[in-house]
Design a protein around this ligand. Structure first.
Ligand code: NAD
Length: 496
């Protein structure tokens, strides 16, 4: 019998009031049911928001260093449970073990960063324009934060939201993707073990249209941190406008790696293999376009196709698997439909392009790593996010043309250039329109202590990660303390 899981509201594990449930299955073996989870409703969200609101009044008064101490314990418990969590995550969403271990590690890094931030949360002191008067600006928590996350980084992305939210003194209602509810449940359990008080973190499972929507529309939720698709991000922006809550959006990407004619081709090859087919291409930062200089185009393409054909598809829990399955049937159908679009657009399919169903692979949602060459920048396969193992190769003749092509989509998350020329590297850093630019590194590989996010329709200007996310989770309060003992009128008495 599959295990049955619950929501976590006000410090208690509880069923949904709806009494309904959904199944979570292993994408590498659809017969394997990971667990049964509550299909929650607006009522469950209301209970979670009430609990978070009540808890906020106490939690905001806990000194930030003490909140940081709890975060340190969360980090320690993640370290202790790293391997088990990684295995659970691979079973739940399919990416290979090395990657799920990395996903947990990023949660660990985020916890320890938050722990130390408890002793910073810097404000500003500035001189006053009046004598005998002190001026400063301090950070205060905002209130109840709704954290809505996707399935491709089931540990890292929730921790990027929840840890800084809680460290800064906010309380949380967390809705994970319905493809990865188990990892979310374990994460919340670990936070409870570490001593997070009841009501501070609440977990509500279920669908985006029902649970996510109820969080966004709840007038008692002050903040929404959403990571997911651009379409849903736009919907959330519209919904949140009725209460003018603060919204941070991290959305889709159509990231490119440029390889110049002076690049170290072996290094660039390792980069694009990892960037395009790591996590089965299901990363917001995945390399989905490869922009190749014409002088090395044929040589590099041959090297790439040769290595891509050798990638081993398989269950991510088995040693030797390089590429896991797509997360579910719907996602694999999207990939297959984009391959048809690419063929109809007359791009040249040079490898992959098929569902992989030999032997054990037939049990899961596997798709062969796929490369199209002779892709034109305006084709749909070069413009739209596919979120699967499909790479579009585009030919160019100069640095400036490469950068123009790289910039020529609605997205602006990650970018990469391989070159040995320092001048080209610095021009790329200056001219590429993206939140992240890597030099001689693939488009994936963000570190937890730097700002993470994108420009254009990848987001709305906020950043996750590092110090920057604390700007989202705090309000500035300006404070003036006059110790002159008399009324001093700023801008008036000092200029009379
Ligand atoms: P998605 O947008 O379908 O879902 C993300 C989350 O939003 C899920 O929890 C979902 O249940 C919920 N949701 C869906 N509809 C909602 C609604 N109307 N109101 C509120 N919540 C709703 O995305 P996904 O398929 O889970 O993830 C893939 C997408 O996420 C890709 O576009 C990818 O680029 C993006 N992503 C972005 C980043 C980033 O940091 N920029 C990171 C990872 C993934």
């Amino acid at each position: 019998m599959p295990q049955i899981f619950q929501n976590f509201i006000n410090g208690k594990w509880t069923d949904s009031k709806s009494g309904r449930t959904f199944e979570n299955r292993n994408p590498a073996n659809w017969n394997d049911v990971v667990g049964i989870f509550p299909k929650s409703t607006k009522e469950d969200v209301e209970d979670a928001v009430s609990a978070a609101r009540a808890a906020f009044e106490k939690w905001r008064l806990v000194p930030a260093p003490a909140r940081g101490d709890i975060m340190r314990k969360v980090g320690d418990l993640l370290v202790k449970n790293k391997e088990e969590l990684a295995r659970e995550m691979t079973r739940e969403m399919g990416k290979v073990l090395a990657e799920t271990r990395g996903d947990v590690q990023e949660g660990i890094d985020t916890a320890y960063y938050a722990a130390t931030e408890g002793r910073r949360l810097f404000g500003h002191t500035v001189p006053s324009e009046m004598p005998d008067k002190f001026a400063m600006a301090v950070r205060v928590p905002v209130g109840v934060a709704g954290i809505i996350t996707p399935w491709n980084f089931p540990m890292e992305i929730p921790t990027w939201g929840i840890f800084p939210a809680v460290l800064a003194g906010n309380t949380v209602v967390f809705k994970p993707a319905s493809d990865t509810p188990k990892t979310a449940t374990t994460l919340v359990d670990i936070m409870m073990q570490a001593g997070i008080p009841e009501g501070v973190v609440n977990l509500v499972h279920g669908g985006g249209g029902e649970v996510g929507n109820a969080i966004v529309n709840n007038p008692d939720v002050d903040l929404i941190l959403f990571t997911g698709s651009t379409g849903v991000g736009k919907q959330i922006t519209r919904d949140a406008s009725s209460t003018l809550k603060r919204v941070s959006l991290e959305l889709g990407g159509k990231n490119a790696q440029i390889v110049m004619d002076d690049a170290d081709l072996d290094l660039a090859l390792e980069g694009v293999l990892w960037g395009a087919f790591g996590t089965t291409g299901q990363r917001c930062t995945a390399t989905s376009r490869l922009i190749l200089h014409e002088k090395i185009y044929d040589t590099f393409l041959d090297m790439l196709v040769d290595r891509t054909k050798k990638l081993k598809l398989g269950n991510g829990l088995l040693p030797g698997s390089d590429v896991g399955p797509c997360v579910n049937e719907g996602q694999r159908n999207v990939v297959a439909s984009y391959v048809e679009i690419g063929k109809n657009e007359k791009a040249n399919l040079v490898c992959g392009g098929k569902i992989a169903s030999d032997g054990e692979l037939s049990k899961g949602w596997f798709y062969e790593p796929t490369i199209f060459e002779n892709v034109k920048p305006e084709m749909r396969i070069a413009q739209e996010e596919i979120f699967g193992p499909v790479l579009s190769v585009i030919r160019t003749s100069s640095l400036s043309q490469s950068i123009d092509i790289l910039n020529g989509t609605i997205y602006g998350l990650s970018s990469s250039i391989y070159t040995r020329d320092v001048n080209s590297a610095f021009k790329a850093i200056r001219d590429i329109k993206a939140g992240i630019t890597y030099i001689n590194v693939p488009t994936i590989g963000a570190e937890a202590h730097l700002p993470f996010g994108g420009v254009k329709q990848t987001g709305n200007g906020h950043r996750e990660g590092g110090w920057a996310v604390y700007d989202f989770f705090t309000e500035w309060k300006s404070v003036y303390i006059d110790y002159s003992g008399k009324l001093q009128r700023a801008q008036i008495d000092n200029y009379e």
